[in-house]
Design a protein around this ligand. Structure first.
Ligand code: C2E
Ligand code: MG
Ligand code: MG
Ligand code: MG
Length: 282
C-alpha cells in the first residue's frame, strides 16, 4: 500500500540520495576550482628532535577555506580528491607550494632542515610523478634531501604495476620516503624489506592514550625497536602532552610531532615559533 510510482511521489530515500549526490558534485567542482585558483594553502607543523628540542623538519598539510562553505577539513577533501581524480593536480600544487616555500626559507636563512609532503597512493600511478618532483626541485634550486615524501601503507596494497617502479625511480634520485600512519594499515611487515624508506611515523592513535595504556606502550616500543633495527628515523605523531613525551623519550624515540610543540602553522607563524624556540633563543 505504500507503493507510489506515480509522478510526484518520488520516495523520501531517493530524494535524500539525490541531494547527497548533488552536494558531492558541487563540492567536487568547488575543489577543482580551489586547486586551479590557488584557494588552498599549506600549513607547516614542526617536528622536533626530542633530545634538545631543535627542529628536525616540518610536515606540509593542506588547508581549504572556501568563501561560502567555510573551512573544509583535509579528512573530507583529500578522500574527495582521491575519488574524483583530482589528487594528481592537488599533489602537483602541494609540491610546487612546498618547494617554493622551502626556497624562500633558504633565501631568508630560516633554518628549516626538510619539508615532508604527503602523497596519495594514486599519485604513483602517474608515469611522470618522478619528473614532476625533479622539475620542482630544479625550479626552486633545491636538493633531493630538502624534501621527504610521506606515503601510507595503501601504496603497498596497490596492485598497479607502475607503483613500485615509480617509487624506486624517485628513490634512485636521492629523494627519501617516510611511512606515515605506521601500524594502522593491513599489510604485513615483510614489505619493509622492499621499500626504500628512511623514516617511520608512529600513528597518532597509538600516542593518544600512551601515558595510560600499557598496551599502547608495548606497541610503541615494538615500533621503535623495528625502526632502530632497520636503521630508520622514527617520528611519533600526535604528541599532545608531557606524559606522552616522557614515555617516548624513555623508549628512545628521536623525533616527535604534535600540539605539545605546535599546531600546523602558516609560514609567518612558523618563523615566529622558530624565533621563540628555546634552542634559538638560547
Ligand atoms: P597525516 O599526514 O597523518 O597528518 C597528521 C594529522 O594529524 C594532521 O591532520 C595534523 O593536523 C594532525 N595532528 C598534528 N598534531 C596533532 C596532535 O597533537 N593531536 C591530534 N589529534 N592531531 C594532530 P590534518 O591536517 O587534518 O590532515 C589529515 C590527513 O589528511 C593527513 O594525515 C593526511 O593523510 C591528509 N593530508 C593533509 N594534507 C595533505 C596533502 O597535501 N596531500 C595529501 N595527499 N594528503 C594530505
Ligand atoms: Mg603525513
Ligand atoms: Mg600520519
Ligand atoms: Mg593520515
Amino acid at each position: 500500500q505504500a507503493k507510489s510510482s506515480a509522478p510526484g511521489h518520488c520516495s523520501y530515500f531517493s530524494h535524500e540520495l539525490n541531494q547527497a549526490v548533488m552536494a558531492r558534485q558541487k563540492l567536487e567542482r568547488a575543489l577543482q576550482e580551489a586547486i586551479e585558483t590557488n584557494q588552498l594553502n599549506l600549513v607547516y607543523q614542526p617536528q622536533v628532535n626530542i633530545d634538545d628540542g631543535s627542529l628536525y623538519g616540518v610536515e606540509a598539510l593542506a588547508r581549504w577555506q572556501h568563501p561560502e562553505l567555510g573551512f573544509v577539513s583535509p579528512g573530507e577533501f583529500i578522500p574527495l580528491a582521491e575519488e574524483s581524480g583530482l589528487i594528481g593536480r592537488l599533489t602537483q600544487w602541494a609540491l610546487t607550494t612546498a618547494c617554493q616555500q622551502m626556497a624562500q626559507w633558504r633565501a631568508n636563512q630560516v633554518a628549516v632542515p626538510v619539508v615532508s609532503i604527503n602523497l596519495s597512493p594514486d599519485n604513483f600511478h602517474s608515469r611522470d610523478l618522478c619528473q614532476t618532483i625533479l622539475a620542482e626541485l630544479s625550479a626552486f634550486n633545491l636538493q633531493p634531501s630538502d624534501i621527504l615524501l610521506e606515503l601510507t601503507e595503501g601504496v603497498l596494497l596497490d596492485t598497479n604495476p607502475n607503483t613500485m617502479k615509480t617509487l624506486h625511480e624517485i628513490h634512485s634520485h636521492g629523494i627519501g620516503f617516510s611511512l606515515d600512519d605506521f601500524g594502522t594499515g593491513y599489510s604485513s611487515l615483510s614489505y619493509l624489506r622492499q621499500l626504500p624508506i628512511k623514516e617511520l611515523k608512529l600513528d597518532k592513535s597509538f600516542v593518544k592514550d600512551l601515558e595510560l595504556s600499557k598496551t599502547d606502550q608495548a606497541l610503541s616500543h615494538a615500533v621503535i625497536q623495528i625502526g632502530q633495527s632497520l636503521n630508520l628515523k622514527v617520528v611519533a605523531e600526535g604528541v599532545e602532552n608531557q606524559a606522552q613525551l616522557a614515555v617516548l623519550r624513555e623508549q628512545g624515540y628521536p623525533i616527535a610531532q604534535g600540539y605539545l610543540f605546535a599546531r600546523p602553522l602558516a609560514p609567518a607563524e612558523l618563523e615566529a615559533w622558530l624565533e621563540r624556540s628555546p634552542v634559538n633563543a638560547g
